[in-house]
Every structure is written in C-alpha cells, then in structure tokens.
Design a protein around this ligand. Structure first.
Ligand SMILES: Cc1cc2nc3c(=O)[nH]c(=O)nc-3n(C[C@H](O)[C@H](O)[C@H](O)COP(=O)(O)OP(=O)(O)OC[C@H]3O[C@@H](n4cnc5c(N)ncnc54)[C@H](O)[C@@H]3O)c2cc1C
Length: 477
C-alpha cells in the first residue's frame, strides 16, 4: 500500500502562495511531505501585481525594500543588479522584474529542498474545500480533487464590487469591470471614465494616455489622489522612536490627533511625514486589534480614504506624470458619485452627482473602467470557493467587510467561532485581523511565520540558516 504523504495544498500562486512555498522548501518539515501549489495561470509567482504587461508599470516601492526574504533584505536588489548593475536601492523598477525574481526564488528553493520534500505546481482553479473528519479535499474546476492534510488560501485580492447603477452596462464591451486585472494594455479612444482615484486609476490613466488619444475623467467620493513617494524615503535618522511616540491610541480620534502632531513635528525638523505613516504601519495590527468593532467601523467610514492616499503612494516619476496629465487637460479629477450609466447611440451615458451638489450631471463617454479596487466583503463574493467555504461554515466573513475572520498564523475561524487546525489564509484577506496585509513588507513576514508554523518550527530561525546566495536565485532563471 502506498505510504501516505503529508500534503499541504496552497491555493493561489501569486506573491503570498509562492513565498510560502519557497519558505517551506528551504526550511522544510522533518517528515516526508508533498507541497502542491494550485494556481489558475501557467506561471506561478507573478499573481496579478507582477504579471508581464504591454505597459511597463513600476513597483510602488523602491528595489531596496522589496526583498521577499525578511532575513536577506537586499535579495531583490542583488537579483536586479545581475542584469542591471546601475540600479540602486532607491530606484523604482518594472513590476514584471519582481515577478521574474519570485519565479527564480521558487525554482532556487526547489533545488535546495531535500529529496523527502515533493513540490508540484498544479495549474487549475480550486472551487471548493471539503472537510471529512480531520482531512480536507480540494476540488478543482475540472472535477478532479486533491487530498490535503492542510490547506492555505492565498487567493489574493478579490475583484472590485459590482457597482450599483451600472447594471445596464455590465457585460457591455466598453465597460471594464476590473480595472486592475483587465484595464491595462487596452487601446482606449475618446473619453474614458475611470471610477475610483487610487493606484489602479493611476495605472490605467498613465497607460491609456501612452497608448491612445484620450480624455480621462476620474471620479471618486472625495476625488483624492495618492501621494508620491520620496526617492530617499523611509526610516531616515531620528525616526526609530516614532512608533513609541505615537502613544497608546485607543480611538480613531486619538490616532488621528497623534498622527497629525507627529507629522507636524517631523516636517518642522526637516523630516518626512511618510515616516509617521510607516510608524503607524509597523504598529498597525496592535492598534487595529485594540480599536474594537465600533472604532474600526468609524475608521472605515471617515478616515479610510485619507489613510489610503497617504499610505499607498506613487513612484516619483509616476507622480510627476500624473500632474502633467492634469495640467495638459488629459485627466480631470472629480469628487462625486455615479448615479447610473446606460448605453445610448454608440456611447455610454453616465449620470453623476458632484460632491455637495443637489442635482446630477450627464456625461457621454466611450469607455467606463471600474478602478474602485478590491471588494473585501466576501458576503457578496461571486467566487465559488469563498461562497462554498462560507456556506459550509468552514470560514466566517468579517462583519466589517474586511475578508475572513482569522486567528493566530492566519487559521480560519469557522462559523462556530473555532480556529481551524489545518485551514489557513495568507495575503490581503487577513485584513480583518491585521489591517495592513496588502504589501510585500507585511506579506513576506506572514508567509515566513506560517511556513515555520506548518513545518513545526515555532521560533524565528537565526538569520544565517536557509539563506540563499543571490547567485542561487539568479542561476535558477
Ligand atoms: C497592481 C498592483 C501593484 C502592486 N504593487 C505593489 C508594490 O509595488 N509593492 C508592494 O509591496 N505591493 C504591491 N502590491 C500589493 C500586492 O497585493 C502584494 O504585493 C502581493 O502581490 C499580493 O500577492 P497575493 O499572492 O496575496 O495575491 P495575488 O497577486 O492576487 O495572487 C493571487 C493568486 O491566486 C490565484 N488564485 C486566486 N483564486 C484561485 C483559485 N480559486 N484557484 C487557483 N488559483 C487562484 C490567482 O490566479 C493569483 O495568481 C500591488 C498590488 C497590485 C494589485
């Protein structure tokens, strides 16, 4: 009889799933084990963010802060420099390069894994996870199924919400329902309405202006645009004590007051307000958990758009390009709400109400692109996997609409309120518990900690253990 091999199934091969698999391969459990990475696309490693695209979008974070390995902070810089020796730690490079790095990291980790560890990439879509006793079964869209001793959901950001009032244009060839996944690389012509004014809108606007003769109109509730990064950015001198100086904040009002005071003090002594944002980010999980439901909901209602534009920033060159597009009249930014949209006479007619106005205005456009960003409220998800997990009680949606309820190590909390012992989540759906769970800085730590937990290693490894020489990663290409 074939020996049972302890099997870990990771659903989703973007950054989170790939880095988890890489960590498990280079610091594996002591028993024989099988690690299966189930990913829709043929190329694990890239996910949505680091895919190859017609338009070379830049990373929003400088090279020197994008290592996927917490114990090797220059790993990505070393990787890039093998092909582009002139690149410095402060540079912003194309996102696809980061996908190349993640793919190389995975291959390199496969090579150093001991023979008792079997790794497989399985192309397919997971549509269900079923529990039978302590075992799990992952069902794929083609009807096949995989036995699993443990499953990690690393499915990334959910698609944007289906916006009310846009029912009549849904399915229309010139309505793009997910700007992040489908909005780049299209050859837009005429007037393009971008709904949302965050990072996705900027990506789509800059690429559209490069490819076609367009007038862009971007609308969001507040009409706020993301701030720019500074080239030197992050953790300058005199910033080490900022997290402590934030104080013991218990309410949203205290958080706002403390953040404003610190930002003013930083600016007055020649510092940068961005360091205050970084300090809040470093303490985010603790602050978030301490706020409680009512305060969290207050934050989401009133502060979120302001936090987002300061926290999610643009590379300096993209920030400059955005200003040029506005000055040249190619991009107009409005604060307001979309009331409805419908096709008429070959165009799309959009009724929208400017912020503070009593009556709506009508705008004729040639394209509409939904750039509102991920909808983390899984109670309205159309994804079969999440629908089933919630229906069967294996997962519980967060009541504030921020992904899934989770416990230590990202263990899913079920409908009875119990933390699972073998079903985990990794990536942006951990927002309910961490708030900051979107970018590489947080996700690489979550991936490393979950890998150690799954491998039965509860303490942090010393930094020299399991570190890959950059040549190992580069040679894997
Ligand atoms: C456009 C963009 C740019 C970004 N730029 C930066 C940046 O510069 N710096 C930074 O730190 N962060 C950036 N981020 C944040 C980003 O969210 C994280 O860095 C990281 O890429 C998230 O990885 P993930 O694996 O959790 O999600 P994703 O990258 O979305 O990967 C999820 C993967 O799961 C697969 N999948 C989903 N469901 C299933 C299923 N049921 N079955 C099989 N496969 C499935 C998908 O195909 C996908 O490949 C960016 C995000 C976006 C969207």
């Amino acid at each position: 009889m074939a020996q049972h091999l302890h099997t870990t199934v990771i659903i989703g091969g973007g950054f989170s799933g790939t880095v988890l698999a890489a960590n498990l391969l280079r610091r594996p459990p002591s028993r024989a084990a099988r690690i299966v990475l189930v990913e829709r696309s043929a190329e694990p490693g890239r996910g949505v963010a680091y895919a190859r695209r017609d338009y070379p979008c830049l990373l929003n974070v400088p090279v020197g802060r994008m290592s996927a390995e917490p114990d090797h902070p220059d790993a990505f810089l070393d990787f890039v420099r093998r092909w582009h020796p002139q690149v410095t730690a402060e540079d912003f490079v194309p996102r696809a390069w980061y996908g190349d790095y993640l793919r190389a990291l995975l291959v390199a980790c496969e090579r150093v894994a001991p023979p008792r560890i079997r790794f497989e990439h399985m192309q397919g879509e997971a549509v269900d996870v079923l529990r039978g006793g302590s075992n799990l079964r992952v069902v794929l869209a083609d009807g096949s199924a995989l036995h699993a001793d443990e499953v990690v959901l690393a499915c990334g950001n959910p698609p944007p919400a289906q916006l009310p009032g846009l029912e009549a244009v849904r399915g229309h060839p010139r309505y793009v329902a997910n700007g992040c996944a489908e909005g780049l690389g299209r050859h837009y012509q005429g007037t393009v309405l971008l709904i949302g004014t965050g990072l996705t809108m900027v990506d789509v606007a800059v690429a559209a202006a490069e490819h076609g003769d367009v007038v862009l109109r971007a609308i969001s509730r507040h009409g706020l645009l993301p701030s720019g990064q500074t080239t030197a950015g992050g953790h300058g001198a005199g910033t080490e004590d900022l997290p402590a100086r934030l104080g013991d904040v218990q309410t949203v009002r205290e958080l706002l007051r403390s953040a404003r005071n610190l930002a003013d003090e930083q600016q007055q002594c020649g510092g940068d307000w961005r360091d205050v944002v970084t300090a809040i980010r470093d303490r985010a999980p603790k602050i978030w958990r301490g706020l409680g439901l009512v305060e969290r909901q207050r934050f989401l209602r009133h502060l979120r758009p302001f936090w987002d534009i300061h926290r999610h920033r643009l590379p300096p060159q993209v920030h400059v390009r955005l200003a040029q597009l506005r000055e040249s009249g190619h991009l107009h930014v409005h604060a307001g709400r979309i009331v409805e949209a419908r096709p008429e006479g070959g165009r799309l007619l959009v009724s929208w109400r400017p912020r503070g106005a009593e009556s709506a205005q009508v705008l004729g456009v040639d394209w509409i692109v939904n750039c509102t960003g991920p909808d983390y409220d899984l109670r309205r998800s159309h994804c079969p996997l999440f629908q089933s997990l919630l229906r069967n009680g294996l997962a519980l949606a967060d009541e504030s609409g921020l992904g899934l309820k989770t416990a230590a190590h990202g263990a899913l909390v079920d409908s009875a309120g119990h933390a699972s012992r073998n079903l985990y989540c990794l990536g942006p759906l951990l927002r309910a518990d961490h708030w900051e769970s979107t970018a590489v800085a947080e996700l690489r730590t979550h991936a490393e900690e979950l890998a150690m937990h799954l491998a039965g290693l509860e303490t942090r490894w010393p930094s020299h253990v399991g570190r890959l020489h950059p040549a190992g990663v580069s040679a894997a290409i």
